[in-house]
Design a protein around this ligand. Structure first.
Ligand code: IVH
Length: 673
């Protein structure tokens, strides 16, 4: 292919990919599968590698291209980004309408554009001749910081404007946010990696945009919604709602919750509707914004020093309230981590009664100096657990003392320690009933073994009665034992047994997650399963090999390695296998060789004899021993297997059939081809 042809191909691929990005991220109507998108993206990358001179800064491949910068450069906004005056309730919204009418000397209803007030970070984007050339934070409204490379990583932000009438200059203002679902996922990943959690989506969005390394911004699920135009050339409209429709036509993301309201009555109705809708939205809003629609009216109304007279923010009832800390308790989690929790005088926060709030850990308690008996400000953000924001020190009682996490576990009395460099305190007793209860709840939970009907209360009762001392005991509980529990009828006892039985066949990823290895969440469980395919390979993986997996950092790698080295865990796993845990995906997906795995063969086989099977395993890199030990990874059992089978069961060695062995070997030979 010559350069001219390459240029054509590159341009067509770029247009296709941009079109897809627009449909996927702005319209939310994807037309290509992820695989098709990836394939086009790779083709473009290949062409661009071959012809680097043809790489354009607005190519979809250049979203994460930039090198980390040393510092942010200040940029002055062409037109200052003003702030908004606040209306704290409905009547203040009506007062705003009265003052607008007064200045306009009009008795007629004013047309307003009502918009959600997104709780994120304000930015300005600059497009020249349709190309995204730079972007900055709001800063103090006059001067912001250049964050162009980070903004380019936002998938819903077009690098090129669409349509036929592209203005020669367009400055667009908008709010960068992190959707709530993505925020939770982000915090879960942070937790898995052992990194600090973000307090709320707003902080996460702000922190993600102010990264010197755009690769970090790219890994964060940022979104943007545009709500106004700054300076422009060749972009005309007579009112705000037309101006927003124009932005949409150019391919810019604009919220679809925006509404034109004729008069304040309709605007107040919108305010109330949005306040109700607030908890159902996938991003946080802290109010609405009313803007006088007609631009000529906007000019007549003018601005104060920092805010326009033609717009107002209608703030929702605060998600923050003050209340009293009755006491501070400590909860013990499944890993033994102690979490201090404030028991509060119940208070209504934005429509929900809050009785408890997390205090996170000792460092957070020290930083905020939270004490029992303090009056505090608490905050609820979306459906994130309520937390204590700060203490009202002026109302503190004299006798109060700084709070210290106890040195003994409040549940089992064992020693509590805090490892150097870690924020959490841990109960040192692996058989602490609190830990056991929590780890069983985790094991049975939806994303893990998904044991239907085995609720928290029943788990607590089973542990209290000492019917379960280890997760593996779940699979030996009898109907009589279940029925002897309060509130468990015969029928539901049987249902629980059925659910337990069903859970025996699971996926490798789920099982890894269910084991409750520190820092291994659902996602990491799946990543490990995809990488190693076979449970035994994960068990014997060394730290280096674990660390080399994308998405597994040194903390996770060490935690996985440690977990499998602990005798207690080994015996639990063995007992789980004895009780019939099987992975439906392990053999199907296996593409690994048998290298490093040790086998014992016993019984008679249908197709090949024992010697032939032995040679087969060896040629696939596996080791075959004559006797079963705790080091054996698999016992291949044929017909009439005897004492070896018994020993394997006793030791919790995995037992597979001839058929399963064939699958293992055929998959490993596939990977050798
Ligand atoms: S308009 C002069 N519209 O609220 C108009 N702002 O206090 C100024 N915000 O810094 C902004 N959603 O970050 C506007 N639909 C919306 C908004 C919005 C959120 C934020 C923005 C601004 C702050 C103003």
């Amino acid at each position: 292919m010559n350069k001219k042809e390459a240029e054509k191909r590159i341009s067509s691929l770029r247009t296709k990919l941009e079109g897809h990005n627009y449909k996927y991220y702005v319209l939310d109507e994807p037309t290509l599968s992820d695989a098709e998108y990836d394939s086009l993206f790779r083709q473009l990358e290949e062409f661009e590698t071959e012809y680097p001179g043809l790489i354009r800064p607005d190519s979809p491949t250049q979203r994460v291209g930039a090198e980390p910068s040393k510092e942010f450069v200040s940029v002055a906004h062409t037109i200052p980004l003003l702030s908004l005056a606040n209306a704290m309730n409905e009547s203040e919204l009506r007062e705003f309408d009265v003052s607008v009418k007064k200045i306009l000397e009009s008795e007629e209803e004013v047309e307003y554009v009502a918009e959600p007030k997104l709780d994120g970070l304000a930015v300005e984007l600059v497009y020249e001749k349709g190309k995204f050339v730079s972007g900055s934070t709001r800063g103090d409204g006059i001067v912001g910081e250049d964050i162009t490379p980070n903004l380019k990583t936002i998938k819903s932000l077009p690098l090129r404007l669409r349509g036929e009438h592209v203005p020669s200059l367009l400055e667009v203002r908008g709010e960068v946010v992190i959707p709530l679902k993505a925020f939770k996922e982000l915090n879960r990943r942070q937790e898995e990696k052992g990194e600090k959690l973000f307090a709320n989506p707003r902080n996460a969005a702000a922190g993600s945009l102010r990264q010197l390394d755009p690769k970090i911004s790219a890994s964060r699920p940022l979104s943007i919604y545009c709500y106004a135009v700054g300076a422009s050339k060749g972009y005309r409209s007579d009112n705000h709602s037309d101006s927003l429709s124009g932005l949409k036509k150019l391919g810019l993301p604009v919220s679809n919750l925006i509404k034109v309201c004729n008069g304040i009555k309709e605007a107040v109705k919108y305010f109330k509707e949005m306040e109700k809708l607030r908890d159902e939205l996938d991003f946080e809003i802290d109010g609405i914004v009313l803007k006088v629609n007609d631009f000529s009216f906007q000019v007549r109304l003018g601005a104060r020093a920092r805010s326009p007279r033609w717009a107002i923010a209608g703030k929702f009832k605060p998600q923050q309230e003050t209340t009293l800390i009755i006491s501070i308790n400590v909860q013990v989690g499944r890993t033994g981590a102690l979490t201090p929790v404030a028991e509060l005088e119940p208070v209504n926060v934005g429509g929900v009664t809050v009785k408890r709030a997390t205090l996170h850990n000792q460092d957070e308690i020290d930083r905020k100096d939270v004490r029992e008996g303090d009056r505090v400000i608490i905050q609820r953000a979306g459906d994130v657990i309520p937390e204590v924001v700060s203490v009202i020190k002026s109302e503190r009682i004299r006798a109060s003392k700084p709070y210290k996490i106890p040195t003994e576990c409040p549940v089992c009395g064992a020693a509590v320690i805090r490892l150097p460099g870690e924020a959490v305190h841990n109960c040192q007793n692996p058989s602490c009933p609190a830990q056991l209860k929590e780890s069983i709840k985790h094991f049975a939970s939806k994303g893990a073994m998904d044991i239907d009907g085995l609720g928290d209360k029943l788990i607590e009762a089973l542990v209290n009665k000492e019917l379960i001392k280890n997760v593996s005991d779940l699979y030996t509980v009898t109907l009589e034992q279940l029925s002897s529990m309060e509130r468990v009828a015969d029928k539901s006892g049987q249902n629980i047994l059925n659910a337990l039985d069903k859970s025996r066949v699971t996926t490798l990823g789920r099982f890894l997650y269910a084991l409750g290895i520190r820092h291994v969440g659902e996602q990491t469980g799946r990543v490990l399963a995809d990488e190693y395919k076979i449970f035994e390979s994960i068990k014997r993986a060394d730290i280096e090999s674990l660390e080399n997996i994308e998405g597994v950092g040194p903390i996770v790698a060490k935690s996985v390695w440690n977990f499998f080295r602990e005798e207690e865990n080994q015996s639990t796993i063995n007992r789980l296998f004895q009780n019939g845990i099987k992975f439906k995906d392990e053999l199907e997906n296996s593409a690994n060789t048998l290298a490093g795995l040790s086998f014992v063969i016993t019984g008679t086989f249908e197709r090949l004899n024992r010697q032939e099977r032995k040679e087969q395993i060896q040629s696939a890199g596996g080791k075959v021993s004559s006797s079963v030990s705790s080091k054996t990874n698999f016992l291949v059992a044929g017909e009439n297997a005897g004492s070896k089978l018994e020993k394997a069961i006793k030791l919790g060695v995995r037992i597979i059939s001839e058929k399963e062995l064939i699958l293992l070997i055929s998959d490993s030979s596939k990977s050798e081809q």
